[in-house]
Design a protein around this ligand. Structure first.
Ligand code: FAD
Length: 376
């Protein structure tokens, strides 16, 4: 069988791209994954679909994901269980207040509902929070979260319905371009450890689907779905891994052996202001995984010029759940020659010039992109 397009990787980015290409009837599409579809990073995310971003192009990409969810639900005739819980971004310092104002301005310009709320309202929305620690808070009621594996399999099933072929458990060993082996593409990203903790269930304190929070002053985000609190913490020196050390299956990789472990010492005291009994909260689960960061915290979508016909959709910067639909759309538009809906130069794979992804200094630049991230 011959194919017009072969996609390597059946995570959120590969499946969203397959869906967007199949929707455009771009040709015969084959998607290959060395593991099960939706089984790797795309089953480990905190699942936040944060709409407001200070960079307008990112808001376009996220909006496209929301649009895809609606379309796919219509096609499959089933719910992907988007949970519109809203979000609260909290500021307790001058620097984070500036960030909050910039975010509100961007949201308003893009038509995302947002309102400044009082401490009393914050307490109503988040029974667990120490409201006195909150100086200002912005509520964005249309923010949501979604089970990332369900979203990924939604893209995959919709792509299959539109004619794409999916082949899980089929690892690609090399790619040939006009008879030559494609070697050393050198894409500008590095896997960086992302992680979160989940408390035991306490539905009164952590009501099901209360707003997720972004608390830059604590380097934290939180959310709840089943009545437990998910707590994500971002250390000031995030840990990168050399891409050649990762195993074929994430379950075989020990993120904490491979990286320093200082995050709780640094971030838990910061969060204590908002969650005073954090030291005594029972932690039921811990989740770690790789997010692939790019030095400028923007994604990689576009042609790899060295090899005609090779495109990259990668470097999710911890946002593949939120932006995957838009990244897939941009890739599909570039592949089919349509007018791109966002400026592709922002995401061009070669925008950093020649880089060596195995160089420790380059990996540190990527890790710093996560360390400096303020949003959800
Ligand atoms: C702890 C954590 C929290 C996160 N929270 C959020 C969040 O709240 N919001 C958000 O938007 N994003 C979040 N993310 C990021 C999100 O999970 C990623 O952006 C997304 O999963 C990336 O999808 P992917 O397709 O690039 O990667 P993957 O899901 O890892 O898919 C890549 C696929 O490629 C396959 N593959 C690799 N090599 C080969 C080969 N040679 N041959 C065949 N197949 C191959 C793998 O088997 C894998 O299935 C989080 C990530 C983590 C780890």
């Amino acid at each position: 069988m011959e194919y017009d397009i072969i996609i390597v990787g059946g995570g959120l980015l590969g499946c969203a791209t397959a869906y967007q290409l199949a929707k455009r009837k771009a040709g015969r599409i084959l998607l290959l994954d060395g593991n099960e579809i939706a089984s790797q990073a795309s089953s480990r995310a905190a699942c936040l679909l944060t709409r407001a971003r200070t960079k307008p192009a990112l808001m376009e990409l996220v909006q496209e994901t929301y649009d895809c969810i609606e379309e796919i639900e219509g096609m499959l005739g089933e719910s992907l269980e988007l949970q519109q819980c809203g979000s609260l971004t909290i500021a307790s310092s001058e620097a984070s207040l500036k960030g909050l104002e910039a975010l509100e301005e961007a949201a308003t310009r893009f038509g995302i509902p947002n309102e400044r709320v009082s401490r009393e309202r914050v307490k109503e929305l988040l029974p667990w929070i120490e409201a006195e620690a909150v100086d200002e808070a912005s509520y964005m009621p249309t923010d949501a979260f979604i089970d990332c594996a369900l979203l990924c399999s939604g893209y995959a099933r919709a792509a299959r319905m539109l004619g794409a072929e999916l082949r899980p458990n089929c690892k690609v060993r090399c790619v040939l371009a006009s008879g030559d082996r494609v070697e050393g593409v050198g894409l500008p990203f590095t896997p960086v450890r992302s992680h979160f903790w989940i408390t035991g269930i306490d539905k009164e304190r952590f009501p099901v689907n209360h707003p997720f929070t972004v608390i830059p002053d604590a380097r934290a985000f939180t959310r709840s779905d089943v009545g437990a609190l998910i707590i994500g913490l971002r250390e000031s020196e995030c840990q990168a891994f050399s891409p050649d050390t990762l195993t074929d299956k994430l379950e075989d990789f020990d993120f904490n052996k491979a990286a320093e472990w200082k995050v709780l010492d640094e971030c838990a005291p910061l969060l204590k202001r908002y969650l005073p009994d954090i030291d005594d909260l029972g932690i039921a689960h811990y989740m770690a995984g790789p997010s692939c960061y790019v030095p400028d915290a923007m994604f990689i979508v576009g042609p790899v010029r060295k090899y005609k016909g090779l495109y990259a959709v990668a470097g999710c910067c911890g946002g593949g759940v939120a932006a995957g639909g838009g990244m897939g759309r941009l890739a599909a538009e570039l592949i089919t020659g349509e007018e791109p809906f966002v400026n592709p130069a922002l995401f061009a794979p070669e925008r950093f010039g020649e880089i060596d992804p195995f160089d420790a200094a380059f990996q540190k630049r990527c890790a710093d992109a996560r360390s400096n991230k303020k949003g959800g």
